[in-house]
Design a protein around this ligand. Structure first.
Ligand code: NAD
Length: 308
């Protein structure tokens, strides 16, 4: 049984994770940390990590960027593995995360869902075909009106994935109101919309001459992130210091071996991932994700036939 500390336990994500962990025999939340301690949970809640003396194997963090420095210091000192999910970290904080990974196991992902983690890989392949053909790349993300950081960490991760595939030759444009000029070919526009209770929606748009291709991922519930985080915590507990990501988690327990396949077979066509992905989504006990893969499945078929 993995013993986890839930950092940010009384927030929206902390509560969803607490509910999922309570039904999971392989993990137990043994303590929670939150500046709001008044809410009752099945475990003790402390206002800060330094007050918490409960033995644990891993920390799951969904809190606030302002809370992350203290969290990293504590985890480094205690050699406590940490699943770091809070978004909106500064460059300085990201450097600190890397330093922490030299002292303990760190898994950071701006998006813990399987659908997004697979999309990160698919976009690399799409960008390598579409960008040289002159397609402009734009990302639009939508989230609920309580989200404080913008653009989302996921939108940046999607852009980073594309940029990495293109040899880091692109730059990001967040606001076009300050200047009156045409977009340049090497920019990725990233726009954020905030409203209502939207859980999370990301469109990656490849706009070419007379055709537009859109990759869309829609999250219908926070449970998709929570399940990924719980899975990641079970994976990370007991691991040596170092840097881990969701591809490692997916690879280890074979759900559904997408990552292993992509890593081991560079020439593997992602068309073949479509049926297992659908099966996974159908089999999932929470049918909250509708990653709109059907459209790019058709697109990819078209691209494959064009490339032949
Ligand atoms: N990586 C992912 O897949 C993913 C998914 C969803 C949300 N997130 C991110 O996780 C974070 C939390 O999201 P949420 O929707 O649960 O937010 P939330 O505001 O509902 O919850 C955050 C909780 O952290 C607590 N907190 C804030 N500062 C603290 C501090 N200094 N010490 C202790 N507790 C503190 C707050 O009191 C609150 O209860 C955000 O950054 C969000 O963007 C990441």
């Amino acid at each position: 049984m993995v013993r986890a500390i839930m950092h940010g336990c009384n927030g929206a994500m902390g509560q969803v994770i607490s509910g999922i962990a309570a039904k999971d025999e392989e993990i137990s939340i043994v303590a929670g940390i939150d500046m709001r301690t008044e809410q009752k949970n099945d475990y003790p809640v402390f206002a800060s990590l330094n007050e918490c003396k409960v033995e644990a194997d891993v920390v799951i963090d969904f809190s606030n960027a302002a809370a992350v420095d203290e969290l990293l210091d504590w985890c480094a000192e205690k050699k406590m593995p940490v699943v770091l999910c809070t978004t909106g970290l500064s460059e300085v904080q990201l450097a600190k995360v890397e330093e922490t990974a030299e002292k303990t196991a760190v898994l950071r992902s701006a998006n813990m869902s399987l659908g997004i983690n697979m999309l990160l890989k698919l976009l690399k392949e799409a960008a390598q075909i579409l960008a040289p053909a002159g397609f402009d790349i734009e990302i639009l993300e939508k989230h609920h009106n309580q989200k404080v950081d913008a653009p989302s960490g996921t939108a940046i991760a999607l852009a980073d994935s594309i940029n990495e595939a293109m040899g880091n030759t692109y730059h990001y444009k967040y606001d076009r109101s300050a200047t009156r000029e045409k977009r340049d070919a090497k920019e990725i526009g990233i726009q954020a919309i905030r409203g209502g209770t939207i859980v999370g929606e990301h469109d990656v748009i490849f706009a070419g001459q007379d055709e537009v291709i859109t990759f869309n991922h829609t999250a219908y519930s926070k449970a998709i992130f929570a399940k990924g985080a719980v899975q990641a915590a079970k994976f990370l507990a007991g691991k040596p210091e170092g840097w881990y990501d969701m591809a490692d988690v997916i690879g280890e327990n074979g759900t559904p071996t997408v990552s292993k396949f992509i890593h081991s077979q560079p020439g593997f066509s992602f068309l073949e991932l479509f049926p297992p992905l659908c099966l996974w989504m159908k089999a999932s006990e929470n049918q909250f994700v509708k990653a709109s893969v059907s459209f790019f499945y058709i697109l990819c078929k078209k691209m494959t036939s064009c490339a032949v």
